[in-house]
Every structure is written in structure tokens, then in C-alpha cells.
Design a protein around this ligand. Structure first.
Ligand code: NAD
Length: 259
């Protein structure tokens, strides 16, 4: 079959695999299937162990597992230096990382603390800019950066609070980065994914209600899968989307179009 994706032997950094339920793991699996070299970054030792365990089934593939705490410039710089030394060129980045303090999701929005606000922004939005900056010296052949967003960026969703504001900043950062890096042939896009039961989703208090509402109201009358987000991410990483940048693409059963 003709290789329409052209991701074989490309070096793609996948940030945010905590376990097999992670959106990032669905993407990594597809990347490995098409012959890309996948560089996993993790924050916690526990995630490192889980990544190495699932990679047992992918012994013959070209992979690496690198520590990267996106709250730290030093950690990001060290990670990309290591990646650059080992792989030379970076062709793509999947930024699938977000975090907020639990109390900022549970409390009334008006109770959001200065620290909690800054922490959510730093981890979930600024991290995209910091990562793009650190990767830039190695993205010498152009490439594609894809981040994960959510409808809470534009609508008020129960229990999403400070994370909604962080996702709004993330989507705006996607546009500004796209404008800044476009001349270097680097595209930057966000995927606004529907609700998926993952570790991060456990922090959203009304998650079950959200899943139910999507089933009831979305055009497709069902929730989306990890694989569907992965498929769209493959398109956004590949040449198939070569004319698209600065965009937020919805993989949400069409939920966002409904009144
Ligand atoms: P997940 O918990 O599996 O992944 C979140 C990842 O962020 C984890 O791997 C965690 O280690 C990482 N992370 C948090 N703080 C970090 C830090 N300081 N440094 C490095 N990594 C850090 O959950 P997920 O649902 O796969 O989330 C991935 C992305 O998808 C997030 O941006 C999330 O907001 C977004 N998203 C999720 C849903 C959903 O319903 N699950 C919907 C839309 C968007």
C-alpha cells in the first residue's frame, strides 16, 4: 500500500503517557505501527515503569524513554538535549500533558487561588511554548506539533474551571506558535478531544455526567475512543494535513456544534 502518512523513520516525541489509558499511548501505538521512532517523555518514575512495560511488546522498534517535567525549564532543556543527541532531528511532538490542583476543580470557580491558577497555566499551557522552544534547534526539517485541548476552553463546563481557562490559553498559544514557526515549516495544531476515561479525567468531578450528556446530545450519539483521537493526531502529524496550522480540530462526535 502507498505510504500516505510518510511517518516511517520519523522521530516523534510523545509527551504524557501515564498508562495504557492515556490519550498519548493510543497515539504512540499508531506511530509505532507505521514505523515511526517514538521518544516517550514522562514525569513520574511510575509512568516510566508503565511505559517500559508496554514497550516490552515493541522490542524491535526504535524507542527511547526520557524524563521531562514540564514545570521545569532545566528538565525540558535536558530532555531535548538528550533527544537531539540520540536522534538528531525531531520531526514531530505530541503534547498531551495537563494538570491542575484538585481543589481548583472542586471549589467554586471564584475561589480559584493565584497559585492554583498559575500552576494550571504553567503545566497545561505554558508547557507547550517551553517545549516548542526547546525542540526548535532540532526541528531543522520542519515538522508538526499537536496538543490536546477540550471544549472547556470555550464553554463553561461544570467542574472544569481553572483547566478551562488553561485550555483557552493553550488554544491561543497554538495559534501564536503556528504564526511564529510557520516560516520554518513547523505546523502547530490542537485537537479538542471528547471525553475519555483516563487518569486525568478522574480529576473532573462531573465526568460521568459529561459522558452521559455526550451520548445523549452529540450528533453521533456516542462517546469517542482513544483510537479516534489517535487517528486524527496521525493525520495532523503527517503530510496529509500539510496545509493546516493554528487550528483546533474537534474529535468529539460533533458535540460542540449542538446548542
Ligand atoms: P493522562 O492522565 O493519561 O495524561 C496526562 C499526562 O500529563 C500524564 O502522563 C501526566 O504524567 C502528565 N503530566 C502532568 N503534569 C506533568 C508535568 N509537570 N510534566 C510532565 N508531564 C506531566 O490523561 P489524558 O486524558 O490522556 O490527558 C492527556 C491530555 O488530553 C491532557 O492535556 C488532557 O487535558 C487532554 N484531554 C483529555 C480529555 C479526556 O477526557 N481524557 C479530553 C480532552 C482533552
Amino acid at each position: 500500500m502507498m505510504d500516505i502518512l510518510q511517518l516511517k523513520d520519523k522521530n516523534i516525541v510523545v509527551m504524557g503517557v501515564a498508562n495504557e489509558r492515556s490519550i498519548a499511548w493510543g497515539i504512540a501505538k499508531k506511530l509505532l505501527e507505521v514505523g515511526a521512532n517514538v521518544i516517550f517523555t514522562y514525569r513520574k518514575e511510575r509512568s516510566k515503569g508503565k511505559i517500559e512495560k508496554v514497550l516490552n511488546d515493541y522490542q524491535d522498534y526504535n524507542t527511547a524513554v526520557v524524563e521531562c517535567d514540564v514545570n521545569s525549564d532545566e528538565s525540558i532543556a535536558a530532555a531535548f538535549q538528550q533527544i537531539g543527541e540520540q536522534f538528531g532531528v525531531v520531526h514531530g511532538i505530541v503534547h498531551s500533558v495537563a494538570f491542575a490542583n484538585a481543589e481548583d476543580l472542586h471549589n467554586r470557580f471564584v475561589e480559584t487561588t493565584r497559585d492554583g491558577y498559575a500552576f494550571a497555566q504553567d503545566t497545561s499551557a505554558y508547557s507547550l511554548i517551553a517545549v516548542a522552544k526547546a525542540a526548535l534547534p532540532y526541528m531543522t526539517e520542519g515538522g508538526s506539533i499537536v496538543t490536546m485541548s477540550y471544549l472547556g476552553a470555550e464553554r463553561v463546563l461544570d467542574g472544569y474551571n481553572v483547566m478551562g481557562v488553561a485550555k483557552a490559553a493553550l488554544e491561543a498559544s497554538t495559534r501564536y506558535l503556528a504564526a511564529d514557526l510557520g516560516a520554518k515549516g513547523i505546523r502547530v495544531n490542537a485537537i479538542s478531544a471528547g471525553a475519555i476515561r483516563t487518569l486525568a479525567a478522574k480529576g473532573v468531578p462531573s465526568f460521568n455526567t459529561i459522558l452521559h450528556q455526550i451520548e445523549e446530545k452529540s450528533p453521533l450519539k456516542r462517546n469517542i475512543t482513544q483510537e479516534e483521537v489517535a487517528n486524527m493526531t496521525m493525520v495532523m502529524l503527517s503530510n496529509l494535513s500539510s496545509g493546516v496550522t493554528g487550528e483546533t480540530i474537534y474529535v468529539d462526535s460533533g458535540y460542540h456544534i449542538m446548542g
